[in-house]
Design a protein around this ligand. Sequence first.
Ligand code: FES
Ligand SMILES: [Fe+2]
Length: 382
Amino acid sequence: MAPGGEQAALRSTLETPSTTSGRRRLNRVDELPPFPEGWYFVASRESILRRKLIELTWLGEEIVVWSDRNGRICVAGAFCPHLGSHMGPTVGGVVRDGCLVCPFHGFEFDTSGACVATPNAPAPRAAKLKVYETREILGMIFAWWGIGGRPPQWDLPPEPPDGPEWSPMRSYTFRFRGHPQETAENSVDLEHLGYTHGYGDVEPVGTLSIDGAYLKSCFDFTSVRKIAGVIDILSDIETVTHVHGLGYSFVEIHEKTIGMDARMWVLGTPVDGTFIRLTLVTQAREIRKPRRFIVGLGFLPMKLRHRLMSRLLLLEEKRYVRQDVVIWERKRYRSPPRLCRADGPIGKFRLYCRQFYPEPTSQSRATAANSAQRFASGPGSR
Ligand code: FES
Ligand SMILES: [Fe+2]
C-alpha cells in the first residue's frame, strides 16, 4: 500500500502501567521460552516516516527502522558491522538520502542492508546489516523473528479489504510484564470474558479451527455497558478472531442490533524476555442505516460516525486490557493447567502454540544467553 493516505491517521500512544514503573526485573516467564517464532509488529509506516529513524528493543534484539525515498522500509540490527556502533537516533544515527548513516565513522547503508558509501574509501562489500524480512498490512509493519535467525516458515494473511467506508485506524500501545502466548490465550479463554470483563451470554460458535500457523475462533456475547457513559452500543456482538502466530490477532466484530462492523488488531510483541508491548488497533465501518436509534449518533455527519465508533471501541478495549494486565503481570504460566468443563479450548490452543517453539539450535541458545546477560546488566529497555 502507498505511504501516507488513509493510514496517515494511524496514531500511536504508549502506556506504561504504574505497576511496571519499578526498576526491579522479574523473570516473568516461568516455563515458556521468551521468544516464540513468528511475525511481530514493529511500527506503523506513518510513525516511521514521521520519525525518520526509529530504534527499538524487539525480541531481545536492538533494531533500527527507516524508509528510503521510494517507501522501502528496512528493519535491521542496530549495530554497525564496521566497528560496532549503535546506529539509533539517540546515539546520533541519521537517515540521509534514504540511507542510514552510522554516527561513528559515517558508513552509509541502503534499505537492502548493503554498505554503499564511506567518507574516505570505497564501501567494503562485507559490511552488511542484519536485515529482517518484513510484511505490511494496512500500514502496519511486521518483521519475522526466527529461531536461530532462520527465515520465515509461514506467512501473514493478505490485507483485509479497506476503503473510504472504513474509519482511519487508531492505535494504542501498552507495555507490561507478560508473554505473547498468555495475551493470545485470551481469545480462547471464554470463562474470563464473563468473570473478568463482565460479558454476558458468551457462546462459542462452531469449533476452534487450526490450519498450520492459523487459528480461527468465533464466539458471540452480549454487553449492556454504556460506552463513555453515553451510548449502550455494544449490546449483541459476534466476533471472529483470526490468529496468525502469537504476534498477530485480527478480530472481526459485528454488532447485530445496530448493524455495525468494526475490527481490531491485537499485536503482542516481546521486548526483552520480560516485558511485552501490546498494540491495539481499531477501525469501524460507516453506518449508513443504523438498525436502531443510537443516542448522539444522529447528530453527527455520516463521515464522523464511524470515526467516533472506532474511538469508542478503542476506549472500551483499553479498559478491558487494563483489567487483563493486572492479571497478566502477576500470573504464572501453568503447564498443564487444571481446567474445568466450562473453560474454552485452552488445551487445543496450547497444542497450536507448540509449533512456535521449535527445537533451538546451539546458535539460537547462545544468542538467547547473550541477550539475557545483556538485559540483566544493561540499561532499561524501550
Ligand atoms: S562503527 Fe559504524 S562507521 Fe564505524
Ligand atoms: Fe481479556
